[in-house]
Design a protein around this ligand. Structure first.
Ligand code: T46
Length: 132
């Protein structure tokens, strides 16, 4: 889907285990202004349910797994995030819903902007109007 893509990170591994390093403007296509992480999500809850007018993000499941439903107003796609070497880039004006979190899921998010509630679209009908 346009404005979304899977980014594969290089994993360095040896007999001690694995290490992933992520660099802005190299692995991530923007300058990282904010980092947050989502954890302890309770079973059967859906998070997200919004789009952003300004914000680009990369979602990485650093532990466990979850699903992300992406919607650009015309088509929908479901991505299962589970690989430690995998990030999901989501550009502006993409409706997203995160669900099916495993108990051990830690979803790390790298964001291109500081937190600003004003640039969220939290009403799906408004999103459909704006995205056309
Ligand atoms: C997104 C998905 C992937 C803050 O105070 N600062 C922050 O940086 C964020 C992200 C949230 N908050 C507050 C706002 C709410 O009171 O934390 C509370 C939970 O946020 P929200 O309901 O928006 O969380 P999610 O999981 O539905 O969505 C979040 C991000 O908000 C959103 O940008 O794309 O994760």
């Amino acid at each position: 889907m346009k404005s979304t893509k899977i980014i594969n990170f290089d994993i360095k591994g040896d007999e001690r285990g694995s290490l992933a390093a992520i660099e802005q403007l190299k692995d991530i296509p923007f300058e990282i202004k904010r980092v947050y992480y989502i954890f302890d999500t309770q079973e059967n809850f859906v998070r997200g349910k919004h789009a952003h007018t300004q914000l680009e993000q990369v979602l990485i499941c650093v532990s466990g797994n979850c699903k992300v439903k992406l919607d650009n107003g015309k088509e929908q796609e479901i991505i299962e995030l589970k690989g430690r070497n995998q990030g999901l880039f989501i550009g502006i004006m993409i409706w997203r819903e995160m669900y099916d979190f495993s108990k051990d899921c830690v979803l790390l998010v790298l964001a291109s902007e500081y937190y600003d509630e004003k640039e969220y679209i939290r009403d799906y009908n408004e999103f459909l109007k704006e995205v056309k």
